[in-house]
Design a protein around this ligand. Structure first.
Ligand code: ZN
Length: 448
């Protein structure tokens, strides 16, 4: 007996879009076709809505344990669910302590099993002096290992030098797991000449040039090439960085690239206008860079799109000194719909590819591709239903994050999340979070 049937849907997979129906039993898709003859107690006509595979956000910082006052697993996963997410991968920082060993990974896992609305995977950390813990974290089910090539801002999560990166990659390769890097060259950042009295947003933006990002990406690609490890470059903000990754891939390096909706939707002038909510690293770039990033995305140089949701309390996000104000984009609730809204405006024929960037690719790249990321028989019934009817400004009062502060406030998004279903259960219905005691499942990667 099917527990749920969705009818009259426009189903979107990375392979194409078609009009059809979906049947679900016990949280798993049992049938997909033009017309399902069975009936179900929950038999829904979705009136032609687009049904995407649920957004798999492979890059969030929910900051628990230790910094629940910044976000937390309950609020973070709820906000992401409202934004079409059904699954997230939490970064090893800014939880405190960070995840640098199996004990901390297991602790975060237990907390998420207790509090998360969504399925989740966990990144381990790679820092100097901790590379040998990769083995125990891999055994505990880490989805991969994250390193910062420049300062992370957290003293407990120091920058990884080339030797540590090499050692970490060699170990990660034995497990077939990726190493993810925040790529900005510390030497090049240190070499930027600036007026110390100018602490404006514009001065901050100029202090983190594209060249520093490109140089670090090149270095990471070289070490990935030497070690044969899988490399994932997170939040690539410029087309020049993607070009280096494309070249390395052509040369046989196993490298993938992530970008974030904020680099595709906002530019440096927006950062100056919006202020602290738009501070991030790498920073928002010039409009010509935004355009080049779109061209590179549509040319196939991006593998995954993640929110890099990284909030902090409002008191850390105020002041006049943009070098001191804490950075990070709070945006997991709107990354998916705002991106789709803009994609529809720029390239309306590309929804199938969006289902790749937002779901199928993160699933397959990170070893979840047998159950997640596609609308197909045998896959988990994780869906985000969206419509594109009217563009309305996003209001602060609708934010479900711990702090009602988001880069996307006042942004006019042309896409709205109507319903979200995880393993066959509604988490969001008609735009409202459903009260539920259901909890997410820990996802362990499988690379065969
Ligand atoms: Zn991040």
């Amino acid at each position: 007996m099917n527990t749920l049937i969705l009818r009259n849907a426009q189903l979107v997979n990375d392979t194409g879009i078609w009009r059809g129906e979906i049947a679900v039993e016990d949280g798993v898709i049992t049938e997909v076709g033009p017309s399902i003859s069975d009936v179900s107690a929950m038999d829904l006509d979705v009136c032609g809505a687009f049904v995407f595979p649920g957004f798999i956000d492979a890059h969030v910082h929910f900051n628990e344990p230790g910094r629940e006052h910044w976000e937390g697993l309950a609020t973070g996963s709820t906000a992401l669910a409202a934004g079409g997410g059904t699954c997230f991968f939490d970064m090893p920082l800014n939880s405190d302590p960070p995840v640098l060993n199996a004990e901390e990974l297991n602790r975060k896992r237990r907390l998420a099993e207790e509090k998360s609305l969504l399925d989740f995977a966990l990144w381990g950390g790679l820092c100097p002096g901790h590379a040998d813990a990769i083995d125990e974290m891999a055994e505990a089910g880490a989805v991969g290992f994250k390193a910062f090539l420049c300062k992370s801002g957290m003293t407990e999560f120091p920058a990884t030098d080339a030797a540590t990166l090499r050692e970490g990659m060699s170990r990660a390769k034995r497990w077939n797991l990726p190493v993810a890097v925040h790529a900005e060259s510390p030497e090049m950042l240190a070499g930027v000449i600036r007026n110390a009295n100018d602490t404006s947003m514009r001065a901050f933006l100029n202090s983190r040039p594209k060249e520093a990002e490109v140089a670090a990406i090149r270095m990471a690609c070289e070490i990935a090439g030497e070690t044969g490890a899988r490399l994932h470059v997170v939040h690539v903000s410029c087309a020049e960085g993607l070009a280096v990754i494309a070249q390395a891939r052509t040369a046989g390096v196993d490298v993938s690239a992530e970008t974030c909706p904020h680099y595709l939707l906002f530019n440096a002038d927006d950062a100056v206008r919006i202020g602290a909510r738009a501070k991030c690293a790498p920073p928002l770039r010039a409009q010509e860079d935004v355009e080049a990033l779109w061209r590179a995305l549509l040319a196939g140089q991006v593998d995954t799109i993640g929110s890099d949701h990284s909030p902090a309390p409002p008191e850390m996000r105020t002041g006049e000194d943009f070098f001191q104000i804490w950075g990070g984009i709070s945006g997991c609730q709107h990354a998916f719909p705002a991106f789709l809204g803009e994609l529809r405006r720029r390239a309306p024929q590309q929804f199938a590819r969006a289902a790749g960037w937002l779901a199928a690719n993160p699933a397959s790249r990170f070893g979840l591709g047998k159950r997640k990321g596609r609308i197909a028989v045998g896959f988990d019934a994780d869906f985000a239903l969206v419509d594109f009817r009217n563009a309305t400004p996003i209001e602060g009062k609708t934010l479900l994050t711990k702090h009602p502060m988001s880069l996307y406030e006042n942004h006019r998004s042309g896409c709205h999340v109507i319903d979200v279903i995880r393993r066959g259960k509604f988490l969001v219905q008609r735009g409202e979070i459903v009260r539920t005691t259901t909890r997410g499942v820990f996802l362990r990667p499988s690379h065969e």
